[in-house]
Design a protein around this ligand. Structure first.
Ligand SMILES: [Zn+2]
Ligand SMILES: [Zn+2]
Length: 273
């Protein structure tokens, strides 16, 4: 079964299966993994990178996805490609003589997932091909809020996720913020976020909810997860934002509104260099 994800930004690892170049790896960024692997294997005239061209076939082995923006994903890609040039990864030791490239880059990404700002992003680590899948090195397991998934993934258009649910299905959410209890006003500076659990009516200002989620981590700006003040379920901040973008945000329609700016501000925080 192929998992469909909208708003897809991923950074992947390719493994070369050509006996002449076996063991080589390549790291890249994509918004469409299925198309990207075809391009790599078709060569550079079909959009593949020159480094992979003519050296295939390549297997797309691992992809990290869930980045809030292309910028955030591209920064991750760069650091994974150049760990010794990244000031965030000075603690990552160089490749040992006998360490395979694949093992080295797995070690690098494991460190990255434990390092700020990436350790706070709502990422999924996905093994695309079972035969390559392996445990993370001891002590370098990804943070608990990042699921490790298996199997193929498909990027789908945001519009597909944004199809409005039928009016009967839609639960009416409350008209006031569940945290500060103020009534939502048209033209509010702050965006109301809605819980995505089917029967939950909780809505709260983005800033109110982020403060609530950060109660135990006051030194951070970006929450990871928290308990919904309505249904009490544990919810991931990244899922709330994704839900907001998918179901409520026709964001491109009015890029100047202060709500959009605020949301973009939050997304930008995730990509802090
Ligand atoms: Zn509020
Ligand atoms: Zn809820």
């Amino acid at each position: 079964m192929v998992v469909e994800v909208c708003g897809f930004f991923g950074v992947y690892l390719l493994y070369c299966t050509n006996p002449r170049y076996q063991g080589r790896i390549y790291i890249g960024f994509t918004v469409n993994p299925e198309r990207r692997i075809d391009q790599h294997n078709a060569g550079k005239r079909c959009g593949g990178a020159w480094k992979t061209s003519g050296r295939g076939p390549w297997d797309m082995v691992l992809i990290v996805h869930g980045f809030p923006s292309d910028v955030a994903a591209l920064r991750f890609e760069w650091a994974w490609q150049h760990p010794h040039s990244s000031r965030r990864l000075t603690h990552v030791t160089r490749r040992k003589t006998r360490e395979r490239q694949f093992d080295f880059h797995l070690r690098v990404v494991a460190h990255m997932l434990q390092t700020a700002p990436w350790c706070r992003l709502p990422l999924t680590i996905r093994w695309l091909k079972q035969e390559y899948c392996r445990e993370f090195p001891p002590g370098l397991e990804p943070p608990l809020h990042m699921p490790i998934a298996f199997g193929p993934v498909r990027a789908v258009k945001d519009t597909k996720c944004a199809e409005p649910s039928s009016p009967e299905e839609k639960v009416e959410t409350t008209k006031h913020c569940s945290v500060c209890l103020k009534t939502f006003q048209d033209g509010d500076e702050d965006i109301p976020l809605h819980c995505f659990h089917p029967t939950c009516t909780m809505a709260a200002h983005m800033f109110c909810l982020s403060h609530l989620f950060l109660e135990k981590e006051p030194n951070h700006i970006l929450p990871i997860e928290g308990q919904c003040p309505g249904c009490k379920n544990l919810i991931l901040w990244g899922d709330l934002i994704r839900h907001h973008k998918g179901c409520y945000g026709n964001l491109e329609a009015d890029p100047t509104s202060s709500q959009v700016k605020l949301l973009l501000f939050f997304l930008d925080l995730c990509g802090l260099s």
